[in-house]
Design a protein around this ligand. Structure first.
Ligand SMILES: Cc1ncc(COP(=O)(O)O)c(C=O)c1O
Length: 416
């Protein structure tokens, strides 16, 4: 029997099928087609409550802002906003989604290492909670565009080389994000001298898929070496398990140690924000594919009807997954590359993985694809981006519909 610990908590085997949120994978495939992102809605809600409880039980003035980049869909934001979360958005596009989803502007924080005038104008017009100043150019832009003092936080680059893939490390000495500690006094002075910038606090985010909590604690300590403020935003970054042998701190341990570090180094009279993305949504989501071809060519290639068009994690970060062939619970596993349908050899969901006797037409579920897969879905080879199906209590509802060929052609204005 397969290890279900990577699947959403509601997952159960039902004969030769699998249920998530009470819905059978075979039914979902029939009704909505494949590939599809399937979300356990209750898991999403429970995770939001777990985060909020872990923070506010230890620190009353605590806010959890969902990092929208990890699953930028209004339907997802709406579920999490209903549970009391705010949002961290990057740029005017994510802000628009959050507002459309009904998020409270006062609970929105805007990031971006290269915010345009349009981004800042959108943030000012919406009256969001904080713009996170990422550098001196942001200060110039806010000064030029704001008509009254805009509440801001200053993102500090704490000089921490986090233990994650280089593309996901954001707090190191050479990072493009934030202001290096030695320039912070200048940045503070600039903002204090401006009638249009209302500096309330500091921010640090050291990267994503980080499983060593001491690195988050080190970031808190780094902020404590600077001038003290009333607001601290410690970003997101908590890692998750992708394979059975992985381990990751749970939310309670992570938040507990973060808050303890904040109380120790910064005191208790502060407002604390955190911005979880991956650890909020990753396990709540799976991708449902159908096997299209099985080819023995030097090695076994099992190709599904998606791939790089809906999951760039392996090609960008070397991230491995643990796919399951639905219904083949007791079959002898074979070693194969689970590959996609796109035209390059790098189009791999996971190489050298044990798959239970996959055959054409089988359904394959890839767990822990709730974070950053929908985000980076694309039209490579004219692929239609998959739908997002929320499952709860045996009911399935479409959060985002599948793209159509009409959508694909919609921006083409020169068709002769
Ligand atoms: C500023 C900021 N906050 C929060 C996050 C969310 O990180 P994660 O999805 O690893 O929790 C990111 C993403 O890297 C980020 O850049």
């Amino acid at each position: 029997m397969p290890d279900l610990s990577l699947l959403p908590p509601s997952a159960v085997i039902d004969g030769d099928d699998l249920r998530i949120g009470g819905c059978l994978m075979s039914d979902l495939a029939e009704r909505f087609g494949t590939p599809a992102f399937v979300i356990d809605e209750q898991a999403l809600r429970d995770r939001a409550r777990e985060y909020l409880g872990a923070l506010t039980s230890r620190h009353q003035a605590g806010r959890v802002c969902f990092a929208v980049k990890s699953f930028p869909s209004a339907a997802t934001i709406r579920v999490l906003a209903q549970e009391g979360l705010g949002c961290d958005v990057v740029g005017a596009g994510e802000l628009r989604m959050a507002l459309a989803a009904g998020a409270d502007p006062a609970r929105i924080v805007m990031h971006g290492n290269a915010k345009s005038d349009a981004d800042i104008e959108a943030a000012l017009a919406a009256g969001i909670g904080y713009i996170v100043v990422d550098g001196f150019d942001d200060i110039d832009r806010i000064e030029r565009l704001a008509t009254r003092p805009a509440p801001v936080l200053l993102r500090v680059s704490p000089g921490i080389e986090s233990d994650t893939h280089a593309a996901m490390a954001t707090g190191g000495k050479l990072s493009k994000f934030g202001v290096p500690a030695e320039q912070v006094p200048d940045a503070i002075a600039r903002m204090r001298a401006s009638a249009h910038v209302d500096l309330r606090g500091l921010h640090a985010h050291i990267g994503s898929q980080i499983t060593r909590v001491e690195q988050f604690e080190a970031a808190v300590e780094a902020l404590a070496t600077l001038e003290r403020f009333e607001v601290y935003d410690f970003g997101g970054g908590l890692g998750v398990r992708y394979e059975p042998q992985d381990s990751a701190p749970d939310v309670d341990e992570y938040v507990g140690r973060l808050v303890a570090a904040a109380h120790k180094h910064l005191g208790t009279g502060i407002e604390i924000l955190i911005e979880p993305g991956r650890s909020m949504v990753a396990r709540a989501g799976v991708t449902l594919y159908r096997v299209v071809t099985v080819k023995q060519a030097g090695k076994l290639h099992v190709a599904v009807d998606g791939g790089m068009g809906d999951n760039l994690e392996y090609s960008l970060y070397g991230q491995r997954f643990t796919p399951l062939t639905v219904g083949r619970w007791d079959a002898q596993p074979v070693l194969a590359d689970l590959v996609g349908r796109h035209c390059e050899s790098g189009d791999i969901v996971t190489p050298d993985v044990l798959l239970a006797d996959p055959a054409i037409g089988d359904l394959v579920v890839v767990p822990v694809t709730g974070a950053y897969c929908f985000t980076m879905a694309n039209n490579y080879n004219g692929a239609l981006r998959p739908p997002v199906i929320f499952c709860s209590d045996g009911q399935a509802r479409v959060g985002v519909r599948r793209e159509t060929f009409e959508d694909l052609m919609a921006r083409e204005v020169d068709l002769g």
